[in-house]
Design a protein around this ligand. Structure first.
Ligand SMILES: Nc1ncnc2c1ncn2[C@@H]1O[C@H](COP(=O)(O)OP(=O)(O)OP(=O)(O)O)[C@@H](O)[C@H]1O
Length: 801
């Protein structure tokens, strides 16, 4: 039996918006007179071409309407009708009493299911004696036989193949019904290789190894753009949380991760030539378990968001999805408030002349994004602030410059269209004058005096773009921080006792027509992964065989240590030389290239092309890649524009300051301090009122909080240090209060935020744990000690991993 929930023409059914799964199934079962409502439950399913591909049980406390709002819209649904429907549905069905484990026992179809016939075929593999589910069993293993085997399996509908404990997945670009609960159950507690290759088997192996060895496990996913890494990550998470059988938190974590998906996707994914929904950041999702295998929260770390995309995109590519969603989906009121027009009015969106993605309804996606933001805990007010920042980024791209005067030698510029500055100033709550100065002048202090130097055109444009990238990057970091907060276990302890399984989904090796700094970093990361792979699969294994005296013929493998050294060895690795050039005032793309060539000509991993075209070649394990040095220095110095951060810190918007100005731990400390004083003030006020009332009448004590006498506590934005200090002196005996105030002030060396942190974190240590892991560089670098350049941060994140 199937039942779909739908909207009416005027929006959602108002009475249904608050009902939970339990009420919904009970109402429906009563109406349809099916029997005892307690015996029924709701399942969320995804069908493709009439086949049931994925499904999960909706928890009693979940709201089906909210879930439905997160479903991506399947356009051209009619075109699938000949094969059967495609899309998400809810089913109301009888609970299976045979098993107690609810997540594994939902299928209750009376009719012969297409899933069953698929399962029978699936279990029959290999379908021919020329097909090998594990490449290690190939009688003759070489590149040709390997590829032929994978191809033959793929054409027989088997997208997965093992190579020992490694799983190769070939993207089918259509869903097979192999991820439903029957498969979850089937793969549980089985040895790898007992059943046909499957992604669930990998998750299960990691889970049981973690429980058996009491050691953290990690699943590394690698592949080129569009090969299915993100989809595989989601399938792994689905199984990893399903394996944790006790309690509801597992489903909660999966739901939060999947619920946060549309938010991370909207802000971190974009259309590229290879993938319409390409993740432009790497991520590591760590699922924490208690000792006995129950899920205990999760944490997401992000790596290297592609910031250059914010200011320019290649042909047929787009900026981040969220800009297009906002421009299509915002209401008239929002458009007016945020000064929004059409996508082709914005320089940052119109350069590639690509505005739409086939099959995507941007308006629907905007509604879905808002819903998902709400689920992650962003209030409507917060959402509006986020959209203001997005609009400010778009308007920044439209700031134009012109030469200041007619004098030939004077190259300094002024802003051509100051009306755009007025809009940005309104959106970011930064003074127009401050913005104009920051975009046209460089401020330096020399000999104790402040000197202003006017920018030339290219410097002004670079500063404008750096401001846009800085804002968007900070917004993305902030979003990941909030997602992590939502993923915290209810009773989170920063010193989590159990073990964890991490899933690493990073950008695959990239070799485009034009490769820049992003590809340089991405390929370095992949070179590291390859090194790790070599260490574990070949080197360490062979060393162990030798130690144990096992007869073993050494396997030749490409050792890429030399390539890694080319990148990062001190003092002359490419990253070190790049950092040097970033700090050298007269440096240019040419001087950088000459430096690279001078130090590395002759290195087997480095090639200087015959033609002088401003490029160099690195011989990677996966092939040669030609890099252009254009913008290498600018992109690497992204983080050291303290002048830009200074502008944003001057904003009168608490949100903008929160994004950029202040360490979240410091915000929390000040929040706690304020809360403490609010309590003290309330007690004092109550005490005084009590005394006064006592004087008036001993029988009727009046305990009333007189807020009018504490205006500074009521007004979020105006925390007054002097009042705070005097309060402290009063409550903690003069000098002690002073000392306490000073020590707290010292601890929060950054400027004191004058606003309230309205999200209540559980404690400073917990927040520190999630905040440091959310920040750039893998996050485990203390805020104040963060290395200055992108490449330095990137390398540090590898050393710490
Ligand atoms: N196992 C699968 N079954 C069905 N379709 C899949 C599967 N894996 C991937 N796909 C399809 O391929 C598309 C691209 O996959 P995905 O976005 O996961 O690639 P990716 O490797 O993460 O790409 P990028 O590196 O660009 O982010 C998905 O949107 C999905 O439609």
């Amino acid at each position: 039996m199937a039942m779909g929930l739908c909207r009416n023409d005027h929006g959602l059914w108002p009475h249904i918006a608050t009902i939970l799964q339990i009420n919904l199934s009970q109402m429906a079962v009563k109406k349809l007179k099916l029997g005892n409502p307690d015996n029924f439950e709701v399942a969320e399913v995804f069908c493709s071409g009439g086949q049931l591909c994925k499904e999960r049980c909706v928890e009693a406390t979940e709201n089906p309407v909210r879930i439905q709002l997160l479903w991506p819209k399947v356009l051209n649904e009619d075109s699938y009708s000949s094969q059967g429907s495609t899309g998400y549905r809810f089913y109301i069905r009888k609970k299976d009493v045979e098993f107690n484990s609810r997540s594994l026992s939902w299928l209750d179809y009376k009719h012969p299911s297409p899933v069953d016939s698929f399962l029978t075929t699936f279990l029959k593999q290999p379908t021919s004696d020329k097909e090998y589910p594990d490449l290690c069993s190939l009688p003759d293993l070489n590149e040709k036989t390997l590829l032929e085997n994978i191809k033959a399996r793929f054409y027989n509908g088997n997208i997965y193949t093992y190579v020992g404990s490694i799983l190769i997945a070939v993207n089918p670009f259509k869903f097979f019904p192999i991820y439903n609960p029957k498969y979850v159950k089937m793969y549980q507690y089985k040895w790898l290789g007992d059943l046909p290759p499957h992604i669930f088997a990998i998750a299960d192996a990691a889970f049981s190894t973690m429980l058996r060895t009491k050691k953290n496990q990690c699943i590394v996913i690698s592949g080129e753009s569009g090969s299915g890494k993100t989809e595989s990550t989601n399938l792994l998470l689905h199984h990893l949380t399903a394996l944790s059988q006790k309690g509801n938190h597992a489903t909660g974590v999966e739901q939060t991760i999947l619920g946060a998906g549309p938010v991370l996707e909207a802000f971190g994914n974009a259309k590229t030539v290879h993938n319409n929904n390409s993740s432009r950041f790497g991520k590591f999702i760590q699922v924490n378990y208690k000792e006995y295998g129950m899920v205990h929260g999760a944490i997401v770390e992000k790596y290297l968001l592609e910031k250059s995309r914010i200011v320019s995109q290649a042909k047929n590519e787009r900026n981040y999805h969220v800009f297009y969603y906002l421009l299509k989906g915002a209401t008239n009121e929002e458009r007016a408030q945020l000064h929004l027009t059409r996508a082709n009015d914005y320089h940052y969106l119109s350069q590639s002349n690509c505005f739409t993605v086939d099959g995507v309804d941007e308006e629907h996606e905007f509604a879905r994004l808002k819903q998902s933001m709400e689920m992650v805990g962003f209030s409507t007010e917060r959402q509006n602030r986020i959209f203001s920042v997005l609009s400010a980024v778009l308007h920044l791209g439209n700031v134009e410059f012109k030469k200041k005067g007619d004098l030939h030698h004077d190259e300094s510029v002024v802003i051509r269209n100051e009306q755009v500055i007025t809009v940005i100033s309104d959106l970011l709550k930064v003074k127009e004058k401050t913005l104009i100065e920051a975009l046209t002048q460089k401020r330096t202090v020399a000999g104790g005096e402040t000197v202003f130097m006017n920018y030339k055109l290219e410097d002004a444009i670079a500063t404008r773009d750096a401001l846009a990238k800085c804002l968007y990057g900070a917004l993305f970091d902030w979003i990941v921080l909030k997602v992590n907060h939502a993923l915290l276990a209810k009773r989170h302890n920063s010193e989590h006792q159990g073990n964890s399984i991490g899933v690493l989904d990073i950008f695959g090796f990239e070799d485009f027509h034009k490769n820049s700094f992003e590809q340089f970093c991405i390929n370095y990361a992949n070179e590291h992964l390859q090194y790790y792979f070599n260490q574990h699969i070949f080197k360490l294994e062979q060393e162990e065989y030798q130690r144990e005296g096992i007869q073993w013929k050494n396997i030749e493998f490409i050792d890429n240590t030399g390539c890694l050294e080319l990148f990062s060895k001190k003092p002359n690795g490419l990253f070190c030389l790049l950092d040097e050039e970033c700090n050298f005032p007269g440096a240019s793309n040419d001087t950088l290239l000459s430096k690279f060539n001078r130090h590395h000509k002759g290195n087997p991993y480095y090639e200087v092309p015959q033609l002088r075209e401003g490029v160099f070649v690195v011989v990677h394990y996966a092939g040669k890649v030609k890099y252009s040095t254009v913008d290498f220095r600018e992109k690497n110095s992204d983080l050291i524009r303290t002048d830009i951060v200074g502008v944003l810190k001057n904003s009168s918007s608490a949100f903008v300051k929160e994004l950029l100005g202040v360490d979240p731990v410091a915000i929390l400390r000040w929040g706690l301090l304020r809360a403490f004083f609010r309590c003290i003030a309330a007690f004092n006020a109550a005490g005084k009122a009590y005394q006064m009332a006592g004087k008036r009448s001993h029988d009727k004590p009046v305990i009333k909080h007189d807020t009018t006498s504490y205006p500074h506590y009521r007004d979020n934005g105006k925390l007054n240090d002097n009042l705070l200090r005097s309060d402290l002196q009063r409550t903690c005996c003069g000098n002690l209060g002073n000392k306490l105030f000073n020590s707290l002030e010292r601890k929060n060396k950054c400027p004191k935020p004058r606003y309230r942190q309205n999200v209540s974190y559980r404690d400073v240590r917990t927040l520190k744990a999630i905040a440091t892991r959310t920040m750039i560089g893998g996050g485990r670098v203390p805020f104040k000690k963060q290395p200055p350049s992108v490449s330095a941060q990137f390398q540090v994140s590898f050393m710490l991993s």
